[in-house]
Design a protein around this ligand. Structure first.
Ligand SMILES: Cc1cc2nc3c(=O)[nH]c(=O)nc-3n(C[C@H](O)[C@H](O)[C@H](O)COP(=O)(O)OP(=O)(O)OC[C@H]3O[C@@H](n4cnc5c(N)ncnc54)[C@H](O)[C@@H]3O)c2cc1C
Length: 42
């Protein structure tokens, strides 16, 4: 599968998600990749 984007962020932690949000809000096509597929509630 090939995905084309302007910006690719590795990591969907607080920093990656906030950066992705700010870039998307500025009109930049962005994708956030997160390696963890499950959510662990502590
Ligand atoms: C045990 C513990 C308890 C904490 N408790 C608190 C708290 O109560 N309150 C608080 O404010 N802060 C707490 N913190 C601190 C807080 O977790 C960090 O400050 C914050 O998560 C940092 O965000 P980040 O986005 O920089 O990194 P991270 O949260 O580490 O996010 C990085 C993400 O990138 C992903 N990733 C890494 N490599 C790749 C890759 N190659 N490809 C794709 N994805 C990748 C990881 O899976 C991760 O989801 C705690 C930290 C720890 C360790």
């Amino acid at each position: 599968m090939v995905i084309t984007t302007q910006c690719c962020i590795a990591g969907g932690g607080p920093a990656g998600l906030m950066l992705g949000y700010l870039l998307a809000r500025s009109g930049i096509e962005v994708i956030v990749l997160e390696r963890v597929t499950s959510v662990k509630l502590v």
